[in-house]
Design a protein around this ligand. Sequence first.
Ligand code: UD1
Length: 366
Amino acid sequence: MKKFISVVGARPNFMKAAPLHKALLHNRDRVQHLICHTGQHYDEKMSRIFFEELELPKPDFYLGVGSGTHAEQTAKVLIEFEQVVLQEKPDLVIVYGDVNSTLACSLVASKLGIKIAHVEAGLRSNDRSMPEEINRIVTDVLSDYCFVSEKSGVDNLLHEGVSAQKIFLVGNVMIDSVLHYLPKTEHSAILSVLGLKKDDFILVTIHRPSNVDSKKSLQDILAMLNVLSEKYPVVFPVHPRTKKNINTYGLSEYIANNVLMIEPLGYIDFLALMKYSKLIVTDSGGIQEETTYLNIQCVTTRDNTERPITIEVGTNHLVGTNWGKVQEVSLEILNGMKKNGSIPKLWDGLASERIVDVLLGSLAYR
Ligand code: UD1
């Protein structure tokens, strides 16, 4: 019997770990799968609701690290996760995406000689001012299995000298979750709760420090949303960081009536809103992929993306952080200048099955 520990910490990890957990449960006679939640995100709406909706079990370990500077948060995870690994002696640690918990737990595992699988490996924005880029690079260097969601990830890893034998193009586990839970959106009441009609609103998420940590930028964003809301209602589930800054900078009075500022949503309600929106404006990583799969137009308010396939074949428009330009492109799309997208290769709901095949096939003989 093999023992794997998956590490999740922040919101974007949960929908990646859930399908792999399900696939591993089908092999419970061969592998015990434990889940460690670092507690990087800890609010009911940033964490607990996802465990319930994604049918993840209560974590076997909860490290409770909470918020802090990057060094504080990473250091707390290092100290706490080392104890878990020393106690459990797993055969493999599985880490997801690019958050601080991903980096910290990879470091712990590698120093203790434990094999590491990185799910969503190889993505690169080539922008080291993003904390996530540092996390991705270090995690990939330490990983024994790099599970990649799009071809650019393979190219990046090869370019950085990672051995081809460690690289597996398996598709996108986050899309496994989208496919699995899409039918449940039929039961979501979110449209009626918010008084919205299908294909008649704009969905917005903005939380990146580079966008919301300065008063000027946040003010420009709100002014832009006010203009868009003259065309269609704007729904904005607000991340805790963005909310805190709106309050600190005293900007709540700038928000127009047709901009609905709401609490962060759970997975099913948010999926329903994505599916029925006319346009999404976001600085998220994962939403670029989900919108491509759902064939919804996405304006990405960042200067680069680590997910270029969403631009090459999907519905993503990489616009940058000039908010006048974001407004202009958004209005053009609303006026009909849409991109015709298609679904990237291997984004078919079977990525986690492929990962399990690789892992069990290879670890069985060790
Ligand atoms: C983290 C990830 C980012 C991901 C995002 C999704 C890193 C470096 N960044 O950024 O890649 O896109 O999660 O949300 O790991 N807070 C709460 N409640 C919570 C969690 C956070 O109130 O449950 C507040 C705290 O004030 C905290 C701030 O949000 O200081 C930021 O949280 P943090 O985990 O540091 O990073 P995110 O900005 O969420």
